[in-house]
Design a protein around this ligand. Structure first.
Ligand code: ZN
Length: 101
């Protein structure tokens, strides 16, 4: 295992050809587009818990009925990242991050 490059984000570990999509349970293949998050939900009672630190096909994610709440929760919980409604994750700008709470 090599160390993550500096500045990269620790996301769910995806082993293509092995890791299953959390939504359809089908193995994620080499050229599948994926949505993956870090472990941002710690409450196991949370119905969305098993989808944090998990990988999903982008197609499954886009059709997921919990996509809205999931994206909203991600953005409320993970201050330094922003998830777009299509599941892509971007770093927030410094200004946004440093906004007083
Ligand atoms: Zn899937």
């Amino acid at each position: 295992m090599s160390a993550l490059p500096e500045g990269s984000v620790a996301m769910a570990l995806i082993v293509r050809g092995k890791t299953k999509c959390a939504l359809c349970n089908v193995v994620i293949k080499d050229n599948d587009e994926v949505v993956a998050t870090s472990h941002f939900i710690t409450n196991k009672e949370d119905p969305l818990w098993r989808f944090s630190d998990a990988a999903m096909h982008k197609m499954c994610f886009l059709e997921w009925d919990q996509r809205g709440p999931f994206v909203e929760k991600f953005n409320r919980t993970v201050g330094y990242h922003h998830m777009n409604s299509d599941g892509s994750i971007v770093l927030r700008s410094r200004q946004e991050t440093e906004r007083p709470s």
